[in-house]
Design a protein around this ligand. Structure first.
Ligand code: MSP
Length: 651
């Protein structure tokens, strides 16, 4: 993802300083952090910029309401972002505030130059203004007389005034051609098409000023003290002002053009139309990629203050741990599409991937190595088919993650790594080192091989997950006796790097299991749909009635063993089953009472949907769903051939 000059410059949008930071802000910044950490580990010079957008009408209004100056207001509020980034372990190289002199100076420098070259002119303006979006619209832009922005739709004000305009319209043909010739410029592809669609209508010139009589909190125009700069024209320039444009040419040339501007889908036009035309007028090359991600929905709903469902990242990280929160966000969102957040979904993924699979594997390996090999990595013998298979899966997952980062499919890369961890647990179930321990010296060789191979999978996977969960993976790697500090990415995909005899460190559980009761003490939405947009439509068009592979992949189907079954009081059709799913016990309520006597079900290995949101059925909690086929008058449960342990994934 770095360019020919082998550098990586990644940016987030600069956030409105007035806003209460939410999961959407946290997501973009964590994504940028993960990308920056990957590139640094690959030895690529990296620069990561984030910051705050501090001018504009809303800031001025908020300051007036609080009875403070706008500068005092932003100085107080900016700490919510700086504190959050510190808390979330964000490793930005720079944090820019648009009220800083270094930024204001460059905005004025650019304005003066564009004005001198007649790229900016003065004219009378007549149009509609949305205070929330701080944008002007023409009559035909409006949607039923309201702001046309999908997330806004607020009433607009009629405005007639003199202003300054940037000659954006003259770059329309150039921009269309540039976008068409550079497929990686706007990503994902459907967002590129969205911008090209927008450019099918004639482009107007961009109003880049606000008269001080109406709004004075902004950067004064260098050629007319009665006006301040339009907040978007000011804000977009942060990407160059922060790296020394117009001041430090060496620094600027080191980083520009940016490798990746990460943005949300709602600020596509400003970044893929305003910004490129501004850069072109300034004579600067284009950023390599502008990547627009989707939105976090809360359950099915848009997050908003009025709906009272704003997810506070600080609280989540405090409750479940910073690294688990980072992991969830990266694993869950298919980049480009909307994703759904629910506490239940979070807890399920946490318990499945981190507590059960990863944490469990680590504690098994460490515990048995400590008890049977004096706490030192045992020597592996020759690798049989089973070991070679684990090796293959692990190496493929490491390479898959590298490839996934390049393709901006973090979710797929992480799912491959989680798959390798599951495979290692399955491998342990197969080799049963705990049983080998009881067989005396003859089985010691195989036991050593088993523990070595499982530890090797942990070493490789934890190295790849290090940028996602830096703190926990450092602890895990220290426990495995890996050298301190960041993993060496040049050697990460080599199987067999773990040194025989390295002492392991016993550790406390990395990811203690979370119970649903614990999780449900905070407000949460009721439903948990798969990734969907507000309209319920998938972003990628599929023929009606078909689902995508990703949708199928979001089902966590598992083998479960029925331990006991009993009738649910007062419900003729229901049985309450206690099942084992790997190390986990679950209760499932199923409509099987007219098809089976409870005792007939005990001992059966069945298939369950393990990531279905828990529900109360006739007052009894059901944690998943059992699959059954329609028989003649009865249901027939789907069972699994011997040889698959409970907890195994069904694909
Ligand atoms: N200040 C402008 C950006 C200027 S960049 C030169 C801005 N700020 S913002 O604070 O409103 O939004 C910042 C980012 O948060 C945007 O990328 C926006 O898409 C993103 N998100 C806002 N709500 C979101 C979700 N619910 N989910 C994911 N991201 C969301 O716009």
């Amino acid at each position: 993802m770095s360019d020919e000059r082998n550098h990586f410059y990644v940016t987030t949008p600069i956030y409105y300083v007035n806003d209460q930071p939410h999961i959407g802000h946290a997501y973009t910044t964590i994504l940028a952090d993960v990308l920056a950490r990957y590139h640094r580990l690959l030895g690529i010079p990296t620069h990561f910029l984030t910051g705050t957008d501090e001018h504009g009408q809303k800031v001025q209004q908020a300051a007036t309401q609080r009875g403070v100056t706008p500068q005092e207001h932003v100085d107080t509020y900016v700490t919510r972002f700086t504190d959050l980034w510190q808390h979330l372990d964000i490793t930005h190289d720079d944090f820019i505030r648009t009220t800083e002199p270094r930024h204001k100076k460059i905005v004025q420098h650019v304005l003066a130059e564009l004005f001198a070259r007649d790229e900016i002119y003065r004219a009378e303006y007549d149009g509609w203004y949305c205070v929330t979006c701080e944008r002007f619209y023409t009559e035909k832009d409006l949607d039923a007389g309201k702001c046309p922005e999908p997330g806004c739709h607020k009433p607009v004000e009629k405005i007639r005034e003199t202003n300054y305009f940037f000659r954006m319209s003259k770059y329309q043909d150039w921009l269309i051609e540039y976008i068409e010739e550079h497929p990686s410029f706007i990503q994902p592809d459907f967002r590129r098409n969205e911008t090209l669609g927008f450019l099918r209508k004639p482009l107007t010139d961009l109003c880049i000023s606000r008269p001080k009589t109406r709004m004075s909190w902004g950067i004064e125009l260098p050629f007319d003290p009665d006006f301040v700069t339009y907040v978007w024209f000011d804000a977009l320039l942060n990407y160059v002002s922060a790296i020394g444009y117009g001041v430090d040419d060496t620094q600027f040339r080191q980083w520009w053009p940016a490798s990746m501007h990460l943005i949300g889908k709602d600020i596509l036009t400003t970044h893929t139309v305003y910004w490129p035309t501004m850069l072109h007028a300034m004579g600067l090359p284009m950023p390599k990629t502008i990547f627009a991600h989707g939105w976090w929905l809360i359950g099915r709903d848009k997050m908003s203050k009025s709906a009272g469902n704003v997810v506070n990242p600080m609280e989540l990280a405090a409750r479940y741990g910073v690294d688990a929160f980072r992991y969830f966000l990266m694993a869950e969102m298919v980049l480009g599409q909307d994703a759904s957040f629910t506490q239940e979904g979070f807890v399920r993924r946490y318990n499945a991937d981190l507590a059960n699979d990863l944490g469990n594997l680590l504690s098994r390996v460490v515990r048995m190595t400590v008890s049977h090999f004096d706490g030192k990595i045992p020597s592996p013998g020759a690798l049989a088919t089973e070991e070679k298979y684990l090796q293959e899966v692990t190496v493929a997952a490491v390479i898959g993650m590298r490839d996934a980062v390049e393709r901006m499919r973090m979710d797929q890369g992480i799912s491959g790594l989680a798959g390798a961890i599951r495979e290692a647990n399955r491998y342990l179930e197969l080799r049963q080192p705990w049983a080998l321990a009881k067989q005396g010296p003859a089985a010691r060789g195989l036991m050593g091989t088993t523990l070595y191979c499982a530890a090797e999978t942990l070493r490789m996977v934890s190295g790849m997950l290090y940028p996602v969960m830096p703190e926990k993976m450092a602890v895990l790697r220290a426990a495995l006796g890996c050298t301190a500090g960041a993993p060496d990415y040049t050697r990460l995909s080599h199987w067999g790097e773990l040194k025989v005899g390295t002492p392991l460190q016993p550790i406390k559980p990395l990811f203690p299991r979370i119970s649903f009761e614990q999780a449900s003490t905070s407000p949460e939405p009721k439903s948990q749909p798969a990734s969907s947009s507000k309209s319920g439509k998938k972003a990628s068009a599929l023929p009606e009635g078909l689902i995508s592979f990703d949708t199928f992949g979001s089902l966590d189907l598992r083998v479960a063993q029925i331990e006991s079954a009993e009738k649910v009081q007062g419900a003729d059709k229901l049985l309450c089953l206690q099942v084992l799913v790997g190390a986990e016990k679950r209760q499932i309520v199923a409509g099987l009472a007219t098809s089976y006597a409870p005792e007939d079900l005990v001992g059966k290995q069945v298939v369950i949907v393990a990531n279905l949101a828990p529900a109360r059925i006739r007052g009894v909690e059901s944690q998943g769903m059992l699959l059954a086929a329609d028989g003649e008058d009865q249901l027939r449960v789907i069972t699994v051939e011997p040889g698959a342990a409970h907890g195994a994934k069904v694909r």
